[in-house]
Structure formats: C-alpha cells, structure tokens
Design a protein around this ligand. Structure first.
Ligand SMILES: [Zn+2]
Length: 326
C-alpha cells in the first residue's frame, strides 16, 4: 500500500510520461510525412540556444534571432496545415497548465490538481465501498425507525435520533473529541455500520485519512503479516504496508468486532493496535454486536478495560433495519 500523496505524485508522473510519449509519436509522424521538418527542428534548437546566449550577453542579435525563430515557427505551422494536423500538434501538452503536471506551481505551492488527486487516493485508500460512500448523515433515513415504543418501553426512532446526534457530534469534532474513540453497540442491522460510514465520509470530506475494515479481515491481515504474507511485492520488500496505513490513519473504523477468528496472537495484535492508536491520539470507531459481558469473556481484561475507559459508547437497539430495506 502506498500513501495517498505518493500515489498522487505517481499519477502526475504517469501523466507527464504519457504526454511525452504522445509528443514523441507526433514528432516522428511529422518527420516521416514531411522530411524537411527535421531541418526546421534542428534550426529551432540552435536558434533557441542562441537566444539564450543573447539574453545572457546583453541582448546582442536578439531581434534577429527572434525573427528567425518566428520564421521557423510559421514554416512548422505551414507543414502542419498541409498535413491537415492541428496547429498545436507538436506542442508540449499538460493535463494541468497551472503546474505543467508537476503538482507544484511556479511559487512552489501545491497545485489544486495535486490536492484533488491526493483526496482521490485518500478516498480509495479508505477501503470504503461505493455503497458505504452513500451512507452519509445527510442521507440518514429516520423513517426506517418506528416511533412506537417496543417491549423495552423505548421507541426505536428516539434511540436512532439520539445515536445519530452523538455520532454526528463526534464526527464534527473529530480533532478534539474526548474520548477520541467510539464504540457503536447493537444487534445486527440496527444501523451501526451505517453510522460508522457516516462518520467515515464526514472525516474524508474534511481531508482526514480514513481506513475501514471488518474486524475479521483486519485480524486476518495482521495474521498474514505475522507469517510474512504481504499484499504486494513492495510491502514484501519493506515498503509502506497496509498495516502502517492502519496505524497512521486519522480515523480507523473496525466493523463487527467479535466476528474475527480470535487467537492468542490476534487478541494481542488487536490490543496493540487499539492501544497504539490511543497513545498516538488517533481516532478509532468500533462497531460490535457483543454485549459488554460478552466482550469481557472474549477478550483480555486489559483490552476490555482499555475500550471501556477510552471509548464513548453508543447503544443502538431496535428492530433489524434490513427487514425494512429488503
Ligand atoms: Zn496542477
């Protein structure tokens, strides 16, 4: 896995290479269709060098060289016209004129195109699916929840509203939220994953790096890394790994804690990951079907107490939303 910034710079590099190859192919085509162009090219090259020398030496023969270049330019355009090719056929082209696809403008500042590409890769690196990308606070559908109190005496709609408000306030204040982490608890289909997506999307919109993964896959990944099974050859050779990204992401979303294949190793690795993120002051959102009692039974005392001490808990209960959706 590569960081969003290095993926963005790599894409800019590919753009430059593509334009360079296009220009080379266009030039070769003109040279073969109009052999006299080769001479004009050589003249232009020499004249360009002379012009530079002239500027460096106080402008001697500047006008003469300039008009020579202009004459060559018109000859070049005449050739292109004759070949029915566009006038800019032999010009260097860029996807972004502002930075000429370097990612930085003339003042050395990050160009908008680089910023946009970086967010594109932050989005891709987040591992959130297209479906999850549509699960936003704005799209939250309260009509799925009944306003009628259930057997517990509480209306699912009230519970959903309260959970929504807490999750929204957490996501709005991600940088300063205390505690830094959130545990979304509830039965399957009560909207936990939906709310985690809402938080993830809001964070992405604000330029945060996010990583989403199910607890099952996350533990599998940690297990694989332990046995030296990396996702790409670059990772194998000591490059930046998905686990590095997971450790560094501003927000980590672990879905469905309790569904992982729990071994002594994964339990310890999970604790290390959550603990490291707490120490680094990074935000983590966990969703789970497990009750606190079940968590205490399943995980070590220290993992459970770390979660209880450092996580804000949002309890979601109510009917299975998927019954309404499908
Ligand atoms: Zn640019």
């Amino acid at each position: 896995m590569q960081s969003a910034n290095s993926l963005a710079l790599q894409e800019l590099n590919e753009r430059r290479e593509r334009h360079k190859a296009e220009l080379e192919a266009n030039t070769a085509k003109v040279r073969s269709l109009a052999p006299e162009y080769t001479g004009i090219e050589a003249d232009m090259m020499r004249a360009g060098n002379s012009l530079l020398r002239s500027v460096l030496h106080g402008g001697k023969d500047f006008e003469k060289i300039k008009s020579f270049i202009e004459k060559n330019q018109s000859e070049k355009i005449e050739i292109l016209k004759r070949l029915s090719l566009p006038e800019d056929y032999l010009d260097e082209k860029y996807d972004c004129e502002n930075c000429r696809d370097t990612g930085f403008d003339d003042n050395g500042l990050k160009c908008t195109c680089l910023k946009e590409l970086t967010s594109k890769y932050i989005d891709i690196n987040s591992n959130m699916t297209e479906l999850m990308k549509n699960q936003t606070f704005d799209n939250f559908n309260f009509s799925l929840f009944s306003p009628v109190p259930d057997s517990t005496g509480k209306a699912p709609l009230d519970i959903a509203k309260s959970a929504y408000d807490k999750a929204k306030s957490y996501a709005d204040n991600l940088d300063v939220a205390k505690p830094r982490n959130l545990l979304l608890k509830g039965n399957a289909g009560t909207g936990k994953t939906y709310l985690s997506s809402c938080i993830g999307n809001l964070a992405l919109n604000r330029g945060k790096t996010v990583y989403y993964q199910t607890s099952y896959k996350l533990c599998e990944l940690m297990e694989n890394v332990k046995f030296g099974k990396y996702e790409t050859p670059e990772e194998q050779q000591g490059g930046y790994t998905t686990l590095n990204y997971i450790n560094d992401a501003d927000l980590l979303i672990i879905d469905d804690l309790g569904t992982e294949f729990l071994t002594q190793f994964t339990a310890a690795a999970l604790f290390d990951l959550l603990n490291t993120r707490i120490l680094k002051n990074k935000a983590t959102v966990i969703s789970t079907n497990l009750s606190l009692e079940a968590m205490e039974k399943l995980y070590s005392q220290r993992l459970t107490s770390r979660i209880l001490g450092e996580y804000k808990i949002i309890q979601l209960i109510g009917q299975d939303l998927r019954k309404n959706i499908f």
